[in-house]
Design a protein around this ligand. Sequence first.
Ligand SMILES: [Zn+2]
Length: 431
Amino acid sequence: MIDPVQLLQELIRFDTTNPPGNEEACVAHVESLLRTHGIESERYERAPGRPNLIARHAGARGAPPLVLQGHVDVVTTAGQPWSRPPFGAEIADGYVWGRGALDMKGGVAMMIAAFVAAHESNSPTPLVLVVLADEEDGGEEGAKFLAEEHPDAFGGARHALGEFGGATQWIAGRRFYPIQVAEKQICWLRARVRGQGGHGALGVKGGAMRRLGDVLRTLDRKQPPVHITPIVRDWVMGIADALPRPQALVLRRLLDPRTADLTVRALGPKGRIFGRVIRNTVSPTILRGGGKINVIPSEIELQLDGRLLPGFAPDDLLRELHGLIGDDVELEVVRHDPGPPDPDLSFYEPLGQIIRELDPGGIPVPMLQPGVTDARFLTRAGIQTYGFLPLRLPEDFEPLPTVHNADERVPVDALPFGVEAISRAIARYGA
Ligand SMILES: [Zn+2]
């Protein structure tokens, strides 16, 4: 048996801040821990010092394996006001404190504990444990590399457990457990606005600077149209059905394009996420224009972090944006990470059932991730990931504000809850 709390503490104490990552020592620790339990593993390394680790459990059931995938790199702690050392892994006030406690060394510790327990009890379910580098900086050395260069390493798997989801979300006194089943797709864009250039001393009216100002103002005030996808419908309805009638009525108005944005505003900070999953979105992030203080530029470049709903293509976003900012702005796609149009939900219901068993009164709901995780790369190897790292959290602890931020921590007793949930998922997979 592996104690997930102790393992999490050990993992946090390796500083795997990415960049640069430096995952080697942390991965070597997992490798030797597995070995002490009689499990050999293989390294897959694209960049020196940044290995990924794969371990297998054969299982007697002649079916594709279930993948357990998680990353051990973490984001920076620089400039953040931590009240405890971020790599100290102290236990205090009932929490394990440190960078990665939630994202996602806690999840990795739970998966390793469940994997080893399954191995030691001779579980019939075939398993592939995948410990990944480089999730937080694009996945080039991690999941992207494995999915593109070594898809066979996943052993023909169709489904995986990974981030993000399975932790309690309290709404109106009820406990919901969002399980990520799909992600939006990255669709980064470059926009170019043009106008008359000239000499700075002489001036220009209505040039590229003015046009850029119009574009930025429009993007701040208006948004692309609302599209309600089936996952978001199930997500919202799953919450609404469990709430008292007045709140349920408000929430259901999210699903009507005419009232969706008013509803997002009415829901306040907790509703913000819904504004991002009911449409394709763009956020202006990088601006390049002008190179000399006395030359008025005739062209300015604006980069936009665009995100597409599942089932939509870059052309849809381009059309929607031209509709907002005009046809004279030149738009170009600089990166698109395509995702599957529809998630494979075949293992969703058993996961939801496990939540209901372990927390009677807990309500599982499917979730669309507005950001991205390594799941998008695994889809390229034909694998559907479910964000299922269950944590039972108290009502006075809001986990999300601590992720990528100061004072990231996880309740000590949430970790055995997660190990039990993952162990049940392993036992039922393919049964
Ligand atoms: Zn993560």
